[in-house]
Write a protein that binds this ligand. Structure first.
Ligand code: MRU
Length: 518
């Protein structure tokens, strides 16, 4: 199904204001009609707006060519009006700019550019959707999947197929969708009116969920992942999307559920550094004070009605485009620098030749430890269901990571400190030998473990921790540390288990010998 098409000099749009009751098509022949369709949401959704904007420039170019005037300035003025008609989705101004770039070659070239945008959209969406579906399968374990989505990101919001809804269609095609929870998406109900309509047409099981019930669905374990679209993704990975997206991301982060954004590359705005730079459209109070033409608030009620919110990248598991998966790496550089500035390196401590990474300054900084823990928790989201902290430095970080991720914490302690039965793995370093114990029964098959320590040097301690976790029957899916000493190649030793190190230190004199499980 196409939400928009070009025929006989007109832009044909499904009037999305009228769905699901009426399937009515608009025939747009002027820029003013198009701007009205865009601002009233007859056509909507970031990719669809980009295509519609390009056809708007084509309408203007053809009109000014017909009038016999050179018209380039007039077309540019029209293009500018179209681009500014809705400010948040970057696709609109991008689509307009792409069509305008053909203006020197005449009105037919402008139309060809708009047509190309429409034609390539389905292929782009299918590619992004396929990547996203694969990523969701990698980061969730229940089959078939229960997916929560917000607003409408399907064929109506794009040229065809859809972005987040495209990923759901892809999964459904593989027989892997149990059900979709679709939020109503107040105030204009794109979820209730459009997403449910699209899913029902495709025979995909869907339940409609009031916006206010979505967080509790995540809390109650009713969904395995949250998948949404985007109107603009900034350079650092912040995401502007339909109002109500941010609370879903908060709930997903709180409950360790993957929160995945699917969008075409044309929604990624590398020229805007962070979400703070995104213009957020404010819409009419009437959308909130009345419903289907009936007043729902007293006359004169003041209203707060932003059309979009911004989800910080730290809450986003991944942004997926047709180019692939970009997992959230949070403010990686700033965080690494902050950690470095608060880490003291003490030469020849506790032994000659050892450069000791003293993290006490990190622990004294209110907020820094939590930011670091959030980052680690974010990278592990959906991949791990239990955190193991390694004595002693690992305990500090692991406790905060577990609390941030909402996951249980198990302690891997040095020998003789864990009461009752234990699993135990001995290991030795060049200057001592020890063992790591975990309580018997604390871990088992089905546990996907994130092992947390403070520093990764040669990898001996983490390798021992991995061994003891595996001796319990669980699987280590990830390790995380605040600091990695790169020269000592601990991460290579732990391969194929991925290691998240928030900071890489170079300490040529650091010769802490690693432990060997024995
Ligand atoms: O105001 P709308 O309906 O144009 O909102 C835009 C959207 O459709 C959503 O924010 C969507 O999630 C991203 S665009 C596929």
């Amino acid at each position: 199904m196409r939400s928009l098409d070009w025929h006989d000099g007109r832009l044909l749009l499904i009037d999305q204001r009228k769905l699901p009751e009426h399937h009515h098509q608009l025939h747009i022949t002027t820029v003013d009609e198009l701007i009205d369709a865009i601002t009233s949401l007859a056509v909507r959704g970031a990719p669809a707006l980009g295509i519609a904007g390009a056809f708007g420039v084509a309408l203007s170019a053809s009109r000014h060519a017909d009038s016999g005037r050179p018209g380039a300035d007039a077309v540019r003025a029209d293009a500018d009006r179209i681009a500014r008609s809705r400010p948040t989705a970057v696709n609109l101004s991008r689509g307009v700019a792409r069509a305008l770039s053909a203006l020197d070659r005449g009105a037919d070239a402008v139309l060809a550019a708009a047509r190309a945008l429409l034609e390539e959209d389905e292929r782009i969406n299918r590619a992004a959707a396929r990547h996203a579906a694969d990523y969701l399968l990698e980061t969730t374990s229940r089959r078939p999947l229960r997916v929560l989505t917000h607003c409408n990101t399907g064929s109506l919001a794009t040229g065809a197929w859809g972005t987040a809804l495209g990923a759901i269609r892809d999964l459904h095609g593989r027989g892997l969708i149990d059900e979709v929870l679709a939020t109503e998406t107040r105030p204009l109900l794109q979820g209730a009116r459009l997403t449910v309509w699209e899913l029902q047409r495709d025979g995909i099981p869907v339940r409609l969920c009031p916006d206010g019930a979505a967080a509790s669905a995540v809390q109650n374990g009713a969904v395995d992942c949250v998948v949404v679209g985007a109107d603009r993704v900034t350079q650092n990975g912040d995401v502007a999307n339909k109002i109500g997206t941010y609370p879903l991301a908060l709930a997903a982060a709180r409950h360790g559920v993957p929160f995945v954004v699917v969008a075409p590359r044309s929604s990624v705005d590398e020229t805007t550094a962070t979400g703070a730079g995104i213009p957020i459209e404010q819409r009419s109070p009437d959308e909130v004070t009345s419903l289907a033409g009936t007043r729902t608030a007293p006359p004169g009620t003041s209203v707060y009605n932003p059309a979009f919110d911004v989800t910080p990248h730290a809450l986003v598991s991944a942004v997926v485009t047709e180019c692939g998966v970009r997992e959230s790496k949070a403010p990686a550089r700033e965080l690494a620098e902050l950690l470095g500035s608060r880490t003291a390196v003490v030469a020849d401590f506790p032994f000659l030749g050892v450069a000791f990474q003293d993290l006490a300054g990190v622990y004294r900084h209110p907020g820094l430890l939590r930011t670091a823990a959030r980052e680690i928790a974010g990278r592990a989201r959906g991949r791990c269901n239990v955190v193991v902290g390694v004595e002693a430095g690992g305990f500090v970080l692991a406790a905060v990571v577990a609390a941030e991720a909402g996951l249980p914490l198990v302690l891997a302690r040095r020998s003789g400190k864990t009461p009752g039965k234990t699993h135990s793995v001995s290991y030795r370093t060049a200057y001592s030998s020890d063992a790591l114990d975990v309580p018997a029964g604390a871990l088992g098959a089905g546990h996907r473990v994130l092992v947390v320590d403070d520093v990764l040097a040669t990898g001996g301690t983490l390798a021992a921790a991995r061994s003891v976790v595996e001796a319990s029957g669980a699987t280590v899916t990830r390790c995380a540390v605040l600091t990695e000493i790169a020269e000592l190649k601990g991460a290579a030793r732990l391969a194929p288990t991925p290691v998240d190190a928030l900071r890489t230190a170079t300490a040529a004199t650091h010769t802490v010998p690693g432990g060997e499980p024995s």
